[in-house]
Design a protein around this ligand. Structure first.
Ligand code: GLN
Length: 540
């Protein structure tokens, strides 16, 4: 009998952080992933976070940054967006493991009698379930990278650290690579790097039974070799395994920093393949990102939370990417939607008028929405390129409906409009009563059919498209005559025709909006066509 071909053993890379969080552990991990992918491997990534939240859907975007949505409709945090951008793969519900979700699953099982009278404990029940999640997330991948949120020694992260230590027993130590990213501060007064916090972090990690195979020292400026050697000596690690990753201008240059650091040799040994990664396209993108072009486009981002890049991470990344491939510099101007509300003639209004293009990103709640409607209306009237994303489409429709005669047009979301009958945007079927609950919106990938001959179809070069979603309200098609009168037509609908997914202004330089979030699908090496064409129009 022919023997079944044995499935190739997946290799696991576990990335933990020491000293401080927020020093680029995720980007370092994703950069290693990008390099391995450039060697031709199927690489996937997963984040384990010790929050007690079940998902990121209800987290405040100002505090926690953008809510990223996976193709299968899970609301996660912006790290997964980085993973998708660096590895050019689609994350899923398996790519995020929050303590809250693990506890919920365990407690639900306990309540339904699933443990048959056994005591339920962090070890082994929590740690086993984490390991199951890691195996599930790595199905079919050659290399799976797991980032553990927070820093070593955090009280709440201990069970995850124990789980990844135990994981080596399951799949073999040789199939696991442990990476520790530690921060090494530069003390300006004494003009020296201080390695003690890193040493302590590595000592803690050792105390939990993990001796890392790679230590990445993150520094503000390049650190001399002796710093790495000192850490290696104190931590009992091979000196070539301690590398330096100093700050650089763009996160997209981190893969090159990682390559330069010597990490590739260790990765090669780990996977038993010393072929060169094909970094050509990364190099091309990095060159464009770092180049100063003659032409600059000024894009106004009309938003509720201004100045915080994290809150609109995918939007700003998609714009930067599209600008680079269009060979223009991007001047991103944050415009506070609330400030636009008073009069078009104030500071915010002037800022808006100085822009080559306007983006209204997604958003929730009434605050600043009149300003967003004003921005859409201005773009529509003045032939200024406009890109509306989710709420950005809804406000564009409200603006057009008002122009087309429905003076009190509004959205059901923004409080009681006096004349409820003029809710151009209304709540979707089945959504009533769920307005502030988690995981209940229309989430994830949904297909749309684009109108043949529309500009939207031309931009996508396709009439069947799939985009990610995160919304509760939709366009009420009863108002289409007025909206059309106001200058906007529907250019894409859900396959059953019930939901409007795309709109455009036909006689406009560029006025495109969608109920979806195309920014979630823009990748540095595969920029999104809507963003590319938007920036192209702004160049004119
Ligand atoms: N608040 C709107 C809705 O729920 C838009 C959502 C969004 O922009 N993501 O439909």
């Amino acid at each position: 009998m022919k023997k079944n071909k044995k499935k190739k053993q997946t290799k696991y890379i576990f990335v933990t952080g020491g000293v401080l969080s927020g020093v680029g552990k995720g980007i370092t991990a994703a950069s290693m992933g990008a390099i391995l992918k450039a060697k031709g491997y199927h690489v996937t990534m997963q984040k384990c976070d010790p929050y007690l939240n079940v998902d990121a859907g209800l987290l405040n975007p100002v505090e926690h940054g953008e809510c990223f949505v996976t193709a299968d409709g899970v609301e996660t945090d912006l790290d997964l967006g980085h993973y998708e951008r660096f590895l050019d793969f689609e994350t899923s519900k398996y790519s995020i493991t929050l303590s809250g979700a693990i506890f919920k699953e365990l407690i639900d099982k306990e309540r339904s009698g699933g443990f048959k009278g056994k005591t339920v404990q962090l070890v082994p029940h929590f740690t086993n379930l984490v390991q199951e999640k890691i195996e599930r997330a790595s199905a079919n991948s050659d290399i799976h990278i797991v980032e553990i949120g927070g820093t070593i020694g955090d009280y709440e992260g201990l069970s995850f650290v124990e789980a990844i230590r135990l994981f080596a027993n399951k799949v073999g130590r040789k199939n696991c690579l442990y990476v520790s990213v530690v921060y090494v501060p530069w003390i300006n007064t004494s003009k020296e790097f201080k390695t003690k916090p890193a040493q302590n972090a590595l000592k803690d990690l050792r105390g939990f039974g993990i001796i890392p195979d790679i230590v990445c020292t993150r520094t503000e400026r390049p650190a001399p070799k002796e710093i790495q050697e000192k850490i290696a000596a104190f931590a009992g690690i091979d000196k070539d395994a301690v590398v330096n990753l100093p700050d650089i201008k763009s996160v997209y240059d981190v893969p090159f920093n990682v390559l330069k650091s010597g990490v590739l040799n260790i990765l090669n040994d780990f996977i038993g393949d010393d072929s060169e990664p094909d970094m050509n396209r990364w190099e091309e993108f990095s060159r464009l990102r770092n180049q100063e072009f003659k032409r600059t486009v000024r894009i106004g981002l009309v938003a509720k939370y201004v100045g915080n890049n994290d809150t609109y991470m995918c939007v700003t990344e998609a714009l930067k990417t599209a600008a680079a491939w269009n060979k223009v510099n991007l001047d991103l101007v944050w415009i506070n939607a609330e400030e636009l509300e008073d009069s078009a003639n104030n500071e915010a209004g002037k800022k808006l008028q100085a822009c080559d293009g306007i983006v209204v990103p997604g958003g929730f709640g009434a605050r600043g929405v009149e300003g967003k409607i004003k921005a859409a209306s201005y773009a529509l009237d003045k032939n200024v390129p406009y890109l509306g994303l989710c709420l950005g489409m809804q406000v564009a429709c409200i603006a057009a409906a008002r122009k087309g005669g429905v003076k009190t047009a509004n959205s059901e979301e923004f409080g009681a409009t006096e004349e409820k009958k003029n809710n151009v945007i209304y709540i979707m079927e089945g959504q009533k009563g769920k307005e502030s609950t988690g995981g209940t919106m229309r989430l994830g990938d949904y297909p749309a059919k684009l109108v043949k001959g529309s500009r939207t179809a031309k931009i996508y070069d396709e009439t069947n498209v799939i985009e990610r979603h995160r919304h509760r309200y939709e366009l009420n098609q009863k108002f289409l005559p007025e909206i059309e009168k106001g200058g906007i037509m529907v250019s894409g609908v859900s396959p059953d025709g019930k939901l409007v997914e795309f709109i455009e202004a036909p006689n406009h330089l560029f006025f495109q909006a969608t109920q979806a979030h195309p920014e979630f699908k823009s990748r540095p090496l595969h920029p999104h066509p809507l963003f590319l064409e938007f920036i192209k129009a702004c160049k004119k």
